[in-house]
Design a protein. Structure first.
Length: 412
């Protein structure tokens, strides 16, 4: 049995212990969030202004809360990732963070339990060693056998509190609180934490009402010259990947900057759409008829998808991505599309690779470097669920949970 000291063990012992099957199985239920995805989307030089903002500087030196407010697609996650990187340089072992993401249907990124799991593994098992409280939790969860059982939410809450009581000052960053479906529970947990911990959260709206009325606040809405400059920097980087030349490139840059209204997401969608135009003439025509906001952008994408010959396949994939419990890979999308729901059979010939971008507009769906397929942004899922209220799209794709589970049930 490896020695477990009151709080931490040496990193070499941690490596040996994690190699043991029982401890690895015990950690299966804990998830650590990754900043890499947000970093990949960030143009170099963007977001750095937040580190010198007076409210951020004051918050960093206090034990209060900081709320970064901004509408959907305004770059809040990019800013929170910039802040996380900054705090990691100063106090890597005293920073804990979690990204909420409404696209995730497993609960790991949408509820209190998922938040506690990621915070616990960051605080309890880092490069300095394993905290005794996490070891005790592991022992309790594995008494029933080698595979163990998942700890309860109460277990997680208690263990996190035990760990925080043994450390000094620290920072907690919670991104996209508006995408959490257990906001009340998360806020109750946050309010129970020691006052020596500083909290930063991003959200479209204040998730706590009067609770955070007196907190530090940075708003990305309205006229924000720093955000506008970030969008310009982002455009300068991304437009180099497109085929625009000469005056057309300038026109695209100026038009998107003028109409962005602080939304990176809107700019990204329009740039992709313009880049797909077959000629400069078509691109200039599209520039004069840009959708005014994200909702109109998604309506346009839905109509394009509906008018294609792949609309039935697109419908099935959108249903799955919106409601299925398990995330999809490109290969699994191919398996889904091999099902003939009308004849209740499967085409197993596998003679063509699935090309997602030809089935569904890239504004709605994205594929990452690991071939995972997901809705391109949390606002897409929100639109897909709420679009039944839109007279412009309700007659096109019927997206609802009952129909989704009916189709998913056929696949299972």
């Amino acid at each position: 049995m490896l020695p477990i000291f009151p709080y931490r063990v040496e990193h070499s012992s941690l490596f040996q212990l994690m190699k043991k099957k029982r401890f690895k199985n015990g950690l299966m239920h804990l998830i650590v969030p990754q900043t890499r995805v947000a970093d990949d989307k960030r143009a170099e030089g963007t977001g750095e202004w937040i580190l010198n903002h007076p409210e951020y500087v004051k918050w960093k030196q206090s034990s209060g809360a900081l709320w970064i407010q901004g509408k959907a697609g305004s770059g809040k996650t990019i800013l929170s990732t910039t802040i996380i990187r900054n705090l990691q340089q100063a106090a890597p072992e005293n920073l804990w963070y979690h990204y909420f993401d409404s696209r995730d249907n497993t609960g790991q990124k949408t509820d209190l339990r998922g938040c506690l799991q990621s915070i616990l593994l960051q605080a309890g098992a880092n490069r300095e060693g394993i905290h005794s409280a996490l070891k005790d939790l592991f022992d309790n969860c594995t008494r029933q056998g080698l595979t163990g059982y998942p700890p309860t939410t109460k277990d997680l809450t208690t263990t996190v509190m035990e760990i925080f009581e043994t450390i000094g000052r620290g920072y907690i960053v919670l991104d996209a609180m508006d995408e959490c479906r257990e906001t009340v529970e998360v806020l109750e947990w946050v309010q129970s934490l020691p006052t020596k911990l500083s909290l930063l959260f991003t959200s479209r709206n204040n998730p706590g009402g009067n609770t955070w009325r007196e907190c530090f606040k940075i708003s990305l809405n309205g006229q924000n010259a720093k955000v506008d400059q970030d969008i310009t920097t982002y455009l300068e980087k991304e437009i180099k990947k497109c085929k625009f030349k000469g005056d057309l490139r300038t026109e695209v840059m100026n038009t998107l900057k003028e109409k962005a209204e602080g939304q990176f997401r809107w700019v990204d969608c329009q740039l992709k759409a313009l880049a797909s135009c077959a000629s400069a003439k078509i691109a200039r025509k599209a520039l004069k008829d840009l959708p005014e906001d994200l909702e109109q952008t998604y309506i346009k994408a839905i109509k394009w998808t509906w008018e294609s010959r792949n609309r039935e396949d697109a419908h099935h994939v959108l249903l799955w991505l919106t409601y299925a419990f398990k995330p999809l890979t490109v290969r699994e999308v191919g398996d889904i599309l091999a099902i003939d729901f009308e004849r209740n059979c499967v085409d197993s010939s596998n003679e063509m690779e699935v090309q997602i971008n030809l089935i569904i507009d890239s504004t709605l769906v994205s594929v990452d470097m690991n071939s995972n397929v997901q809705l391109a942004h949390a606002s897409v899922k929100e639109f897909m669920i709420n679009q039944q209220n839109s007279a412009q799209t309700v007659r096109l794709f019927k997206i609802n949970e009952l129909l989704a589970h009916e189709k998913i049930g056929c696949k299972m």
